[in-house]
Structures are given as structure tokens and as C-alpha cells.
Design a protein around this ligand. Structure first.
Ligand code: UN1
Length: 488
């Protein structure tokens, strides 16, 4: 057993103990194992963090983009060289498998490196002027002090993809990670500090909802970026609107995989399995709805359930395990309730669905990979996000009906369509209102250099990642630039 890490906060270049409520980060695989513990930030710590970020803002904004980028590039190396160790810590603290944990840490390094290169890219636009002797420049400026509120499910990648663009574009940051994953937050903070980030530029305050609300409502915060539930995202967006502060919120999903009759069924089954159950389904991009056309429905669902049967659920640190627990007891409870309710409403359990009754799997926060066949699309499980390893299945008569079913959702984050037919693939692009569309690959996944985010209830404000992030983390100044020469 490893000794718990002392949980600390970082403001104005200094680590210190909190004085708020007690925070204990446990391992969801073994709830009696404490990973990190300490005390939450107090209200005046949020004030101190915002004050430090404000004080650092002017100097950081004037620091050359290449120097800002160099800090991120150095941090990328620190993160990369720690991937094995932090990947294990991540798996222990969050519950995804060790392999996924290591891959996530490496992804964070890749994101830091991408934004580290920003100084080498174009920084604005030049337009012709309708007047002689003039040109019009559109330049970019940081928005100021950004509040960053991040979820439990990607404890280092999501913080990296918010903080790296915030910093590279010259903003300073006050960051609150999810209270369930403070250790990985401390690791990323330390990496950036070791890379030479000046004091006050990034401040880490750990705590629960009151700390989050303290940041969101703080008059010293100029913009807020959030990933988490639709309910919280919308309330932050409303609060931001009331104060005239821009909010970027990346929220829920009810992502469909559509498997059509001409698909490569083995490929589709492999990808749907990964999309639905990797990270125990706790990704906003996870596949939670499966739509199969009648012609191949029995064969495909049979193949999928057979593959799930070969998966090992267990301690995420064990090499042969495919799926670990969900993040905490409350998550396990709400997912189980959602399954029970679906069954009550007429769903048929094709696999999983029952709680683990003994041994390590009953002690940890495990939910078995569950596939539910629905009598129709009216069930709550088809509409509401459960954020767990639960896949609901509906059949469709043909491609058109399948796409209509997929698009009939309040959410619009991602979708996966399995077909070998170009016309059907292009039809999906036309018919599905989503931010991310995968053809013949699982619904989850993101690359640092391309936009990420959803349509409909899934996203609010500009997209994240790639150069799309610039829309949120900067604003433009249009410069009418004319010299002093007499106009001929
Ligand atoms: C991914 O699919 O790899 O909270 C990333 C989430 C998303 C990130 C998904 N914002 O699950």
C-alpha cells in the first residue's frame, strides 16, 4: 500500500495546506485505500488566487508568445517523462485502466506541446483597406483571468486542453479540478511550475462546489471554461451571462453508434465495445446508444455481447483488466438506479445489469458492462446520460430510420457510423447534428490540433482544442493602420 499524498493548493508560486473542509481522495477500486488527503481551499483562498492571477496578468500578456510557449514545451517533457508513474496514480485515483491512464498522461504532454508551438503560427489577419495608404489588421489579445473548472474523468488531459491554450494566448488562470482527482491536478501544476511558469500565472485551488461557485461568481474572473454536466454548465452559463462574462461549457452526451447492414461487423463490434465501455463509459464522448438495422441486428448484437463476455472487469492496475470501477459510490448508485429504471420501463438485459455481490468487485465501485435492448426510443435510458458502462440498443428498419433515430436527441456531441458505403457515410454527415462524427471508429477520442465540442445541449460557446480554442481565449482588436505620409 502506498502512503497517501498530502493534498495542497498552489497560489502565487507557493504550495500550502488548505483550511477548508477535509478532502479525501480514495481509490474507487479499493475504497479503503486513500490516495491523497488534506483540506479544501477556503473562501479567501479563491480571493487570493484571483488576486495573484490579476497581478500576474499584465506581465504574462506582454511576455513574447515564444517564451510562453517554451514553458509549455518544457512542461510537456516533464509530463511525458512521468507518464508511467502518473498513469498508475491516475488509474488508482480515477479508476480507468493503467494503460488508459498512461495514454492520458501522454495525451496531456501532446496537448502542451501543440500549444507550446503557437508562437510559430499566424497570430491574426490583415485586410485591405478601402482607403489609400491604410491596411486593416485583426490582432488577438488575451481575455484576462480565466476560471477553469475540470471534471474527474480526464484528470490531466482536460485540464491540459483548457490551461495550455489559456496560457499560450497570454491569460492567467485560477483552476479548480474535481474533488475526486486532486492528485493528478497537483502533478500537472508542479510540471508547469518546474517548467518555469512565473508565480500567479496558474493557481490551483482544490475543493467542492463552493470553491467552484467562488470562482464562477468572482468579479475578478474575466472568462470561465467548464467541462461537466449539462445542468451545471447551463447554470454557469447563466451566471456568466448575468455578469457579461463569456463561458465555454462542454457538457453531456448521449452518443449513438449506428451500425448499418453493409458494415464490417467485426470492426464495428470492436469499436462499439471500446466506445461504450472503455473508462467504464465515463466519457462525455462514450457510446451510450446503439442503433442497428434489422438485417444484421441479431448477428451484430450477438457478436458484441460475446466480446463483452471476454472482457475482464477488475482492479485497473492489473495488466489483464479491460475495465475498472466507476469513480465513486454515488456514481455507482445512480448508474444502477438508471439500469433498474430502464428494466422497469421495459428494457431487456442482454448482459450485465446486476450488481456484483461478493469479493473485490462488490467492495469497489464496480458496475458490470451492461447492454439493454429497448422496445422503443421512449425510455429514459435512451434520452438521459447515465455516465457509466451502459449501452442501450434500438433497432431500425433502414439507414434513413437509423439516422433519424440517432439524431433524435437533445444532445449532439459525437456519433459513430459503421458502413463501407460512401453515400451512407456522406448521408450521416448531412443528417446527424453532432460536433464530432466518426466513420468506422468509436465515438470517443480527440486530437489536440482539431476542434472538439458538441452541438445542441452538449456544448455552449466556442469549441475547444486546436486553433478553435483561440476563439474563446482571445478577443480581437481591429487596427486601422495608416502611416503619417500625405495621401497622394
Ligand atoms: C475523449 O473522448 O477522448 O469529458 C475525450 C469528456 C470529454 C472528453 C472526451 N470532454 O469525456
Amino acid at each position: 500500500m502506498t502512503t497517501p499524498v498530502l493534498l495542497q493548493h498552489y497560489i502565487d508560486g507557493k504550495w500550502f495546506d488548505g483550511e477548508g473542509e477535509t478532502v479525501t481522495s480514495i481509490s474507487p477500486a479499493e475504497p479503503d485505500v486513500t490516495v491523497a488527503h488534506g483540506r479544501a481551499a477556503a473562501d479567501d483562498d479563491v480571493d487570493a488566487a484571483v488576486a495573484a492571477a490579476r497581478a500576474a496578468a499584465g506581465h504574462w500578456a506582454k511576455t513574447p508568445a515564444h517564451e510562453r510557449g517554451a514553458v509549455l514545451t518544457r512542461a510537456a517533457s516533464v509530463v511525458e517523462s512521468s507518464a508511467e508513474q502518473w498513469g498508475v496514480e491516475l488509474a488508482r485515483e480515477e479508476g480507468k485502466t493503467r494503460g488508459e491512464g498512461v495514454a492520458e498522461v501522454l495525451r496531456a504532454a501532446q496537448i502542451l506541446r501543440f500549444y507550446g508551438g503557437e508562437g510559430d503560427r499566424e497570430a491574426g489577419q490583415v485586410f485591405a483597406s478601402p482607403r489609400r495608404g491604410e491596411q486593416i489588421l485583426v490582432t488577438r489579445k488575451p481575455v484576462g483571468v480565466v476560471g477553469v473548472i475540470t471534471p474527474f474523468n480526464f484528470p490531466i488531459a482536460i485540464p491540459a486542453w483548457k490551461i495550455a491554450p489559456a496560457l499560450t494566448y497570454g491569460n492567467t488562470v485560477v483552476w479548480k479540478p474535481a474533488g475526486t482527482v486532486p492528485l493528478l491536478a497537483m502533478r500537472l501544476m508542479q510540471a508547469l511550475a518546474d517548467a518555469g511558469l512565473p508565480p500567479g500565472v496558474l493557481n490551483l485551488v482544490i475543493g467542492g462546489r463552493t470553491v467552484g461557485a467562488g470562482i464562477a461568481d468572482h468579479p475578478g474572473i474575466d472568462a470561465l471554461t467548464f467541462t461537466g454536466s449539462t445542468a451545471v454548465g447551463r447554470s454557469l452559463a447563466a451566471a456568466g451571462a448575468a455578469r457579461g462574462v463569456p463561458v465555454q461549457a462542454e457538457m453531456g452526451g448521449k452518443n449513438a453508434a449506428v451500425v448499418l447492414g453493409d458494415a464490417d461487423l467485426a470492426l464495428a463490434a470492436e469499436q462499439v465495445l471500446l466506445g461504450a465501455f472503455r473508462s467504464s463509459g465515463q466519457k462525455c464522448t462514450a457510446t451510450s446508444r446503439l442503433i442497428v438495422t434489422d438485417d444484421i441486428a441479431d448477428e451484430f448484437v450477438g457478436e458484441l455481447v460475446a466480446r463483452i463476455g471476454k472482457w475482464t472487469v477488475g482492479n485497473p492496475l492489473d495488466e489483464h483488466v479491460h475495465m475498472g470501477p466507476v469513480v465513486d459510490g454515488a456514481a455507482r448508485m445512480s448508474i444502477r438506479t438508471g439500469i433498474d429504471e430502464a428494466v422497469r420501463q421495459g428494457a431487456r438485459v442482454l448482459c450485465g445489469g446486476r450488481p456484483y455481490e461478493d469479493g473485490d468487485l462488490a467492495a469497489g465501485f464496480y458496475v458490470s458492462p451492461t447492454v439493454l435492448e429497448l422496445p422503443g426510443a421512449g425510455l429514459d435510458v435512451w434520452r438521459e446520460e447515465l455516465f457509466g458502462p451502459v449501452l442501450a440498443v434500438c433497432r431500425a428498419a433502414d439507414t434513413e430510420a437509423a439516422f433519424a433515430l440517432a439524431d433524435d436527441s437533445d444532445y449532439g456531441l459525437s456519433a459513430a457510423v459503421f458502413t463501407q458505403d460512401l453515400t451512407r457515410a456522406l448521408g450521416a454527415l448531412e443528417d446527424l447534428d453532432v460536433g464530432i462524427l466518426h466513420i468506422n471508429s468509436e465515438s470517443a477520442g480527440a486530437d489536440p490540433h482539431v476542434p472538439f465540442g458538441g452541438a445542441k445541449k452538449s456544448g455552449y460557446g466556442p469549441k475547444e482544442q486546436g486553433r478553435a480554442a483561440r476563439e474563446f481565449f482571445t478577443h480581437t482588436t481591429t487596427v486601422y493602420l495608416r502611416g503619417g505620409r500625405p495621401i497622394a
